[in-house]
Design a protein around this ligand. Structure first.
Ligand code: ZN
Ligand code: ZN
Length: 282
């Protein structure tokens, strides 16, 4: 079996679904989504063969409209065409395998025109404000995620000295944190749930408001997920989950974040809002 990042995430999701029945539904849906995303990524990769690096760099400016909308160019049109053509297939998948609330939204969207899909995809690609997004937008973002990863992986990124809490590539808030071994402790980085950029971020700082006072940044863990930290801030009342790979090297940050839904429920019951929802809107 090919050992792509998607396949590794799928295997991890299968493992966690068997262990945590409460997460089986969301992980099952994730597995279908990840298979679709891998296929889309491969189609995009094949399509880009032979495109010059200059064109790809141009595409890499993620805050601009999706390729083909306003900055039409041969290569850009090709990506948008591929994306719009693949969208109904994704919607059918959600209709068939997704949770009821998303299935209905996918069904309604599938009956719309390709022009409105194109508008939706563009709007979601460009938006990264604080406004909560609706189910349509979550679907569009989940669909666009492999494209964001594809474009980001081809963009030159200089992360030396980057200290901000927003994604250095697409400007979104981080979806989760990751702790990796460094010396005797763990070094924290933040992970963008959309383009999957990962960048270092100081450990005792709230990524929501910059609070540095240890006493205002409580960290909670639960027995069911001892390697996942719920890092809260009593100043801006947000939280982010960090996957501690120094405690569990088998964890996959994206997948384990999805599986640990009870931690989200706990944090939300205690008055904390998630800094940025994951691609399934949780
Ligand atoms: Zn990003
Ligand atoms: Zn804060």
């Amino acid at each position: 079996m090919a050992n792509t990042a998607w396949q590794r995430r799928i295997r991890r999701a299968e493992h966690l679904a068997a262990r945590h029945p409460f997460a089986a539904e969301i992980l099952g849906f994730y597995i279908h989504t990840a298979r679709f995303q891998e296929g889309l990524y491969q189609r995009l990769e094949r399509g880009s063969a032979g495109v010059s690096p200059a064109v790809l760099q141009e595409e890499a400016r993620v805050s601009r409209p999706l390729p083909g909308q306003q900055d039409a160019g041969a290569a850009n049109d090709r990506d948008l065409t591929e994306l719009v053509a693949s969208f109904p297939q994704f919607l059918s998948l959600v209709e068939e395998k997704g949770p009821a609330r998303l299935a209905q939204v996918a069904h309604d969207l599938r009956n719309e025109t390709s022009g409105s899909w194109s508008d939706l995809l563009n709007a979601c690609w460009s938006a990264h404000g604080d406004a909560p997004v609706d189910a349509q937008e979550f679907l569009a973002l989940a669909f666009l995620q492999p494209y964001a990863e594809f474009v980001r992986s081809r963009a030159p990124m200089q992360l030396d000295g980057y200290t901000h809490s927003l994604c250095p590539f697409c400007n979104r808030k981080p979806a989760l944190g990751v702790l990796r071994q460094q010396g005797d402790g763990g070094r924290r980085s933040l992970l963008c749930g959309f383009c999957l950029a990962e960048w270092e971020f100081r450990r005792i700082v709230c990524p929501g408001c910059g609070q540095e006072d240890h006493a205002k940044l409580p960290v909670y863990t639960a027995d069911s997920f001892p390697y996942i930290r719920v890092e809260c801030c009593d100043t801006c009342q947000t939280y982010i989950k960090s996957i501690d790979l120094t405690k569990n090297g088998l964890a996959d940050p994206l997948v384990d974040e999805l599986a640990s839904v009870p931690l989200d429920l706990w944090a939300q019951e205690h008055g904390y809002a998630k800094l940025h929802p994951n691609l399934f809107g949780m």
